[in-house]
Design a protein around this ligand. Structure first.
Ligand SMILES: [Fe+2]
Length: 191
């Protein structure tokens, strides 16, 4: 997909196909990145968020879809958060889109503020291209974001959800959750 191409995921069915296609697709096309494929990573990330935040389905779904930018624009690691957010905003709403975009921003925040926070070798490598560690001014501004806590939670789940061979819920189990979030978005945009 070329830079500047407009990609929108308009239906839950399209999104389910895209997520399913994450099987045997990798964050780095040359397999130099994370040790699990995107489908496994997405499901592990969403599962962690479901366990920790059972009432926040928007956050869970954001965890499930946060890396689809890797599939839509392979190789554009620096832009994958924004591309993913743009693709699902119309279907899943502004908050889910924002959380998807913030998963890269939160990584830049934690790189400075949490010395115990460990990135996978792939994530550490791509940090610089994504803007590098935050400045003090960026940190202060990010902390005022209404979705700061949720964004940090997603990032922790993102970094933890890379366990080879871990069994988690099948993708189909997420369909009704996605449908609820999409239905809320549709009703909110109906005049
Ligand atoms: Fe991720």
């Amino acid at each position: 997909m070329s830079e500047g191409a407009i990609v929108r995921v308009s239906t839950v069915d399209e999104l389910m196909v895209l997520l399913a296609n994450g099987e045997d697709v990798w964050d780095m096309p040359d397999r130099s990145g994370d040790p699990v494929d995107i489908l496994d990573h997405d499901r592990q990330c969403a599962e962690l968020l479901r366990q920790r935040y059972p009432h926040d389905e928007e956050l869970q779904v954001a965890g499930l879809v946060h890396d689809i930018g890797h599939q839509l624009f392979p190789g554009d690691d620096a832009g994958h958060g924004r591309h993913g957010a743009d693709a699902i905003r119309g279907l899943l709403g502004a908050r889910v889109a924002r959380l998807v975009e913030l998963h890269v921003v939160a990584k830049r925040y934690l790189a400075v503020t949490d010395s115990a926070h460990t990135l996978s070798p792939s994530s550490a490598r791509t940090l610089i291209a994504q803007g590098g560690p935050m400045s003090a001014a960026e940190i202060a501004e990010f902390r005022t974001d209404p979705d700061f806590d949720a964004a940090i939670a997603l990032r922790h789940a993102d970094d933890a959800g890379k366990v080879v061979g871990l069994t988690v819920a099948p993708l189909d189990e997420w369909r009704p959750v996605i449908e609820r979030v999409a239905a809320q978005t549709a009703s909110a945009s109906t005049p």
